[in-house]
Design a protein around this ligand. Structure first.
Ligand SMILES: *Cc1c(COP(=O)(O)O)cnc(C)c1O
Length: 462
């Protein structure tokens, strides 16, 4: 299996290289050269299997010869052993044809654990073999950072630096990043927005001297291995509702477009998915783009669903790559225009996107109302991101096709918003009840590339 860049001008890599590299050297993102197919028979055979076995069968064709079957099985087993639910990704029924896919039973209570726990084990296995050491730098709007720190803490082949926007993550998110005591993990509070963190991260990857000097590796949602890990639960949930004999649709609370893009890959592999519905908060660049074709950045407005407070949606580039018929030059051109503020998707490409994707958007008031409404109608207490998905999912039901809305975080990660909407303060699961008592360790830094690079170099030289 070979991986190519969405901008068509970077080395072709195998799975291991694409995983360790993250961002391609031409600024693009890696995608598989061709997408492996699962037949109806292959999909039917997934029925009744454990989450881990489904994960093995779905991901195996993408791994190439990076790992043996036995090694890959062990990696998967370790990745999901720390989850607080045997089903890993259980499905809950909301109404007659609407289901909630609970993706928040991992160690940091958000769906990012599905990918990050796997990536931690993949990196450990690959680096352990070669004896190399890498520096992982990630940017986070909250959940990626905690998931990365949880997945990589204590591993001796990696140092992890997480950039998060100072004062713009929830207390639980912050504490999950700042309380681990292992010396190889570093939480950095950047004076800026998430988009600033993400931009500085991209700058580091484009500074080849720094990149090669510290052996920079990326685990942000642009990393192909993360997308791949997320493909699995589209299969496990669809199969439990009757796929491949019955189509299903998904509604996905979307920021960086990684999670929903995994659904697109599942569909391209052969899973019968009808609609993939993008659900956004008031930071609605994706909803506007799918509605009008104009991908125009504006200011980020902080919301009660902070993990979707994004204006530059990095994985959308992958969707554009396919919508433009895998034309890397066209994608590179759009991304150059984006630097100047935005671009227009061509009619043909917009049509190609709309073949798969619908979209919806909720304001802050509508999000609070959705949390309250879900609690009143079903008893489910949802985090703001999950509530946005459930409401937009409701709006896109067609009466026949089962709708699966993704619940991406545990309500206890966003207790203030949930309490304001329902008057119920959701508690942390028992296994992490002492989070508020642990001491924190964090460094505040300016939104400045030179300062960040100097800090990282100093820390890894210790
Ligand atoms: C990251 C995140 C999202 C958005 O996922 P993307 O892959 O960036 O689209 C939604 N909800 C929660 C809780 C998240 O942590």
């Amino acid at each position: 299996m070979r991986y190519i860049s969405t901008r068509g001008n970077a080395p072709v890599l195998n799975f291991e290289e694409a995983m360790l590299t993250g961002l391609a050297r031409d600024g693009g993102l890696y995608v598989p050269e061709s997408i492996p197919q699962m037949s109806a028979g292959d999909i039917k055979a997934l029925r009744g299997l454990s989450y881990e076995e489904i994960a093995f069968r779905v991901m195996r064709p993408f791994i190439g010869d990076t790992f043996t079957d036995a090694e890959f099985r062990e990696i998967i087993a370790k990745a999901y052993a720390g989850f607080g639910h045997d089903a890993r990704a259980p499905l809950v029924q909301l109404d007659s044809n609407h289901y909630l896919l609970e993706l928040f039973h991992g160690p940091t209570l958000a769906f990012k654990d599905f990918a990050m726990q796997l990536i931690g084990q993949l990196f450990q296995a690959a680096l352990g073999r070669s004896g190399e050491r890498v520096t992982i730098v990630g940017a986070t709007s909250g959940d990626t950072g905690s998931a990365a720190i949880e997945a990589f803490k204590g591993l001796d082949a990696v140092d992890v630096f997480i950039l998060y926007p100072h004062g713009r993550v929830s207390e639980v998110q912050r504490r999950q990043m700042t309380t681990p005591s292992e010396s190889n993990v570093h939480a950095l509070a950047v004076d800026g927005h998430f988009d600033d963190c993400q931009a500085r991260l991209k700058d580091m990857f484009n500074d080849f001297e720094f990149r090669d000097g510290v052996r920079l590796a990326g685990v942000n949602s642009i990393n192909w291995a993360r997308v791949l890990a997320q493909v699995v639960y589209y299969f496990s949930s669809a199969v439990s509702l009757g796929a491949p004999d019955r189509k299903v649709s998904f509604t996905v609370p979307t920021g960086n477009f990684g999670d929903i893009f995994a659904g697109f890959i599942a569909k391209k592999m052969g899973l019968p998915i009808d609609r993939l519905v993008v659900a956004t908060n008031q930071n609605d660049i994706l909803h506007r783009c799918l509605s009008t074709g104009a991908y125009q950045t504006s200011q980020v407005h902080p919301s009660i669903s902070p993990s979707m407070d994004i204006q530059v949606s990095s994985n959308f580039e992958r969707a554009l790559f396919y919508a433009y018929g895998k034309d890397g030059k066209a994608v590179a051109q759009l991304m150059a225009e984006l630097k100047e503020g935005g671009f227009s998707v061509s009619q043909g490409a917009l049509q190609a996107l709309r073949e798969h994707f619908d979209s919806g958007r909720l304001s802050e008031e509508e999000t609070s109302a959705a949390i309250a409404d879900m609690q009143a109608r079903t008893g489910e207490i949802l985090c703001p991101h999950s509530a946005i998905a459930a409401k937009v999912g409701d709006q896109h039901q067609d009466g026949a096709t089962p709708m699966i809305s993704l619940a991406t975080a545990h309500p206890a990660k966003f207790p203030d918003a949930v309490e304001a909407a329902t008057a119920i303060r959701p508690g942390l699961p028992k296994r992490m009840a002492d989070l508020y008592d642990r001491s924190e360790r964090v460094t505040q830094v300016a939104n400045d590339l030179t300062a960040l690079e100097a800090l990282i170099q100093k820390r890894i030289a210790r």
